[in-house]
Design a binder for this molecule. Structure first.
Ligand code: ADP
Length: 674
């Protein structure tokens, strides 16, 4: 129906029944587009079915205006007053409004986009009589548009490269991120084949991907390598999905390409860090437990050479011998010793000098171009047969005092192999190495001192033995020649007693020296252990009546195969200690128990006892529990010798003690040893 004829028909208000009679309205009635007319006050005068559907109700004559029950909004969401709506404007100004988009809201809250197209109606006199309007519901189209707009903006703003291609591999779309990642602009790449992005050796990947896409399948998170415009390679993760037309036919593929280059590099770095940390930790542990200087040097050289990726590494360690002459120990990693032996003293060369003189680290990308290089006679450069060093790294090793005690040197035949990071790693190890070397040196010094002390004790006790033996002999003669009632006789006997103690001390000291040199002699024979215990108890009781010695024996006779003098030495030592370390007690219990083929002897006192942390240490050479040493005499060797004697009898010696209450020392030996 033409615009003019509708305008003519609507010249005067008509009711629907009247309209129905008109052929034109028959046509309009079933049209999918809403059509209505209204009078100049806006009251609906006629309408079709589609209009009723759009309003959601049938308008009532002379009651409902054109907007019926809607709230009307501008397309941007601003509310419109009735006179501001398209029909309102037509009624106000008498001019048609062309295709204005509005948003309507029904009482139930539902929204629709409408394309409104109202025109004025005039009578024969040209006076405005109302308006006629067609309303087209464009909600679906609008939604689709906004969805597409949203998609487009997502694609453009995506951090991931999004690319589509047809089934022949021709690129059909390209977003900003793709441009950033690969370097091609949209104009440059659209229409090109996808293989421009794929390194040659990976072209078969594309065939694989396309065959999956043709079958309608997705390819997810496929990690691979692609090529940028500048020819560089990047690590990416690819997700490819088929694009289908409205008949579900695959017509192309969309690719989301994520740049995992940085992530991969970070992962690699992290792993590298973890590995380095592990190496650093293990170096720390190993070298701090190591007390041998050469061992420390070798471990540090090996690990630092590995850490900085050098082909060869060396550790030169400055040392001074007893005569005050300096000498150098060195270890190598990654190279045979001969490779360095062609060299003079490294300390004196121009290249090595700064490290030893304390100037600090030297790191050079190409040492052959360094001004210090080639200055030294006789080689003026690398001696023939020397390792082909180009990259060079040298790190001084400083002692706590700050003095340079050595240097770590690394080489690689290719230039620029060592980085700042390598330098720092080596410095960290060098610091640990310096501490370990200091400790090893200290240990070495202590060991030497200890050896000197042992030597002295051995010598001194040996020298003492001869005069004391003569002294004892002369005293015995004097005592024998004195008559029993001579008052000097008791003095001579007391002198003899003291000389006896002195002899025991000297022979104990000699025993210690013999144990040290592995020369403590033993003479094994069969003897009655019960008799030995009884006799020892008698003698000890006589010399020391302050404590009652109680002896508990299981049998009357027990023949064992052992060194009787040495076993007696152990018993005397344990009982003497029991008496000495229980000044306030009055008894000591000695007990022998036979169990199977073993004899166990225990010596129990009710004295000062031993603290748990000291229990093991009392058997060490020259060890005395500190708080006692001051007022109880002794050398701290009795238990050490006893322990050695019992061990040599394939037995064991141990102690149980309650601090403040007393101790029980036990020794257990086989009745007959092999
Ligand atoms: P010494 O008795 O000459 O010091 P020993 O080697 O016999 O040397 O003993 C070592 C240390 O063990 C003693 O200094 C003492 O501290 C401790 N000790 C030994 N026997 C006893 C004991 N029966 N009770 C408490 N402490 C003891």
């Amino acid at each position: 129906m033409g615009e003019e004829s509708l305008a003519a028909d609507q010249a005067k208000p008509v009711r629907k029944e009247t309209l129905n009679s008109l052929a034109a309205w028959d046509l309009l009635e079933d049209l999918p587009v809403a059509v209505y007319t209204c009078d100049k006050d806006g009251y609906i005068t006629s309408f079709n079915k589609a209009a009723v559907k759009l309003w959601g109700k049938t308008p009532e004559a002379n009651k409902d205006r054109w907007y019926v029950n809607w709230e009307i909004f501008n397309i941007d969401g601003n509310p419109l007053k009735p006179e501001e709506t398209p029909t309102g404007k037509v009624l106000k100004y008498g001019k048609a409004v062309k295709q204005q988009e509005i948003l309507i809201k029904r009482p139930n809250g539902s929204l629709s986009y409408i394309l409104s197209n109202p025109k004025p109606l005039f009578n024969e006199n040209g006076e405005l009589t109302g308006a006629a309007n067609t309303l087209i519901d464009i909600t679906e189209q609008k939604n689709a548009e906004s969805k597409q707009g949203m998609l487009a903006s997502i694609i453009e703003s995506s951090e991931d490269a999004i690319v589509s291609k047809n089934l022949n591999g021709i690129i059909t779309s390209w977003n900003n991120a793709a441009q950033r990642l690969f370097g091609y602009t949209e104009d440059e790449i659209i229409g090109k084949h996808i293989t421009v992005l794929i390194p040659e050796e990976r072209h078969n990947e594309e065939e694989l991907i396309i065959s999956k896409i043709r079958a309608g399948e997705r390819v997810e998170h496929f990690e691979t390598i692609r090529k940028t415009k500048s020819g560089g390679e990047i690590q990416i993760s690819l997700t490819v999905s088929p694009i289908k037309d409205s008949h579900n036919k695959v017509i192309g593929a969309s690719k989301i390409i994520r740049d995992i280059d940085r992530q991969k590099k970070n992962e690699d770095r992290l792993q590298q860090y973890a590995e380095r940390l592990e190496i650093l930790n293990s170096i720390g542990q190993v070298i701090s437990a190591e007390l041998d200087i050469q061992g420390i040097l070798q471990k540090v050289t090996d690990s630092t050479t590995q850490l900085c990726g050098a082909q060869f590494g060396a550790f030169f360690h400055n040392l001074v011998n007893e005569q005050g002459e300096s000498y150098m120990l060195f270890t190598l990693s990654g190279a045979p010793r001969e490779a360095f032996e062609k060299f003079g003293m490294p300390r004196n060369t121009a290249v090595f000098h700064p490290t030893f003189s304390g100037e600090g680290t030297v790191r050079v990308d190409d040492i052959t171009k360094d001004p210090r290089y080639g200055k030294n006679a006789p080689h003026f450069g690398m001696p023939a047969g020397h390792l082909p060093v180009v990259s060079y790294l040298a790190v001084p090793v400083r002692a706590k005092s700050g003095e340079v005690i050595g240097g770590l040197f690394f080489g690689h035949e290719q230039p620029a192999r060592f980085t700042k990071e390598h330098e720092q790693l080596v410095l960290a190890v060098a610091a640990q190495a310096a501490v370990a070397l200091d400790n090893a040196k200290l240990y070495e010094d202590i060991k030497q001192l200890n050896e000197k002390k042992d030597e002295f004790i051995g010598l001194a006790s040996h020298e003492l033995k001869t005069p004391v033996t003569s002294l004892k002999g002369y005293l015995q003669i004097i005592a024998r020649n004195l008559s029993p009632d001579d008052k000097n006789k008791s003095l001579a006997n007391r002198a003899l007693e003291q000389v006896g103690k002195l002899t025991t001390l000297i022979s104990d000291l000699l025993d210690v020296t013999k144990i040290q040199t592995g020369k403590l002699p033993f003479t094994y024979a069969d003897f009655d252990m019960i008799k030995l215990l009884t006799d020892s108890k008698e003698i000890l009781q006589q010399t020391d009546p302050s404590h009652q010695l109680i002896l508990n024996l299981p049998v009357e006779e027990l023949i064992i195969h052992a060194d009787s003098q040495r076993i007696e030495q152990v018993i005397i030592n344990l009982v003497t200690n029991a008496i000495k370390y229980s000044p306030k007690a009055d008894k000591v219990i000695i007990e022998a128990v036979v169990s199977g083929d073993k004899l166990r002897v225990s010596v129990q006192d009710f004295g000062i006892g031993i603290q748990p942390d000291q229990l093991e240490r009392v058997f060490s050479r020259f060890y005395r529990v500190e708080n006692l040493a001051s007022h109880m005499s002794g050398l701290g060797i009795g238990l050490y010798i006893s322990h050695e004697i019992v061990s040599r009898h394939q037995g064991k010696l141990w102690v149980e003690s309650t601090y403040g209450e007393g101790s029980t020392f036990y020794f257990e030996i086989p009745i007959s040893i092999d």
